[in-house]
Design a protein around this ligand. Structure first.
Ligand SMILES: Cc1ncc(C[n+]2csc(CCOP(=O)(O)OP(=O)(O)O)c2C)c(N)n1
Ligand SMILES: [Mg+2]
Length: 176
């Protein structure tokens, strides 16, 4: 659904299932797939956002975001108007054994974003609301912080990705 709306804007995807699903949903040179670097998806997207005028979309995970909450604070400090963070919040560190994360015990990532002065935030619980807020985020200035509550489903096969090629393909789309 997100790919239907995103046009040519770059996406940074969190390690594991998020990256695998993005690859299966629609491989494109402007997908910056990450593997292994837990907690850095939105940090990388932030770095991109301050380097380009284009919208930059981060598809992060609750567990990864919890491991690097300082990213939210830095987004609030830098106020990149073109950054859109979507956190897939399944309330678990799912891929390493479905351990419940802090969002299952009262931590509200949207409230954290608000308290870090991120001006545009939302929490959505269904696809329709996600689509509406995501389209708004692509149109209007942010930074945006969207928490998408999700349920775990079966994993797709691991995507055949080589980090060096991801970097090479991605950079080329910026003419570097
Ligand atoms: C520094 C570091 N610690 C631990 C791991 C192992 N690890 C990989 S993914 C993951 C859980 C990520 O949770 P979340 O971002 O919520 O994504 P989900 O698995 O729920 O899709 C963990 C603990 C890692 N890759 N790097
Ligand atoms: Mg998770």
């Amino acid at each position: 659904m997100l790919l239907r709306h995103i046009g040519d804007y770059p996406i940074v995807s969190n390690l594991g299932p998020t990256t695998d699903e993005l690859w299966h949903a629609g491989h494109r040179d402007r997908n910056f797939y990450t593997y292994g670097n837990m907690g850095l998806c939105s940090s990388i997207a932030l770095g991109m956002a301050v380097s380009t005028d284009e919208k930059v979309v981060s598809l992060d995970g609750d567990g990864s975001m919890l491991m690097n909450l300082g990213t939210i604070s830095t987004i609030g400090r830098e106020q990149p108007r073109n950054l859109v963070v979507v956190v897939w919040d399944n309330e678990q560190w799912a891929q390493t054994g479905h351990q419940s994360s802090h969002t299952a015990f009262g931590t509200d990532l949207e409230q954290i974003a608000q308290s870090c002065s991120i001006p545009r935030t939302a929490t959505v619980n269904n696809l329709e609301d996600l689509e509406a807020v995501f389209c708004e985020a692509l149109e209007q200035d942010g930074p945006w912080f969207i928490v998408a509550k999700i349920e775990e489903t079966e994993y797709m096969p691991v995507a055949p990705i080589e980090p060096e090629m991801t970097l090479y393909r991605f950079r080329k789309t910026f003419g570097a």
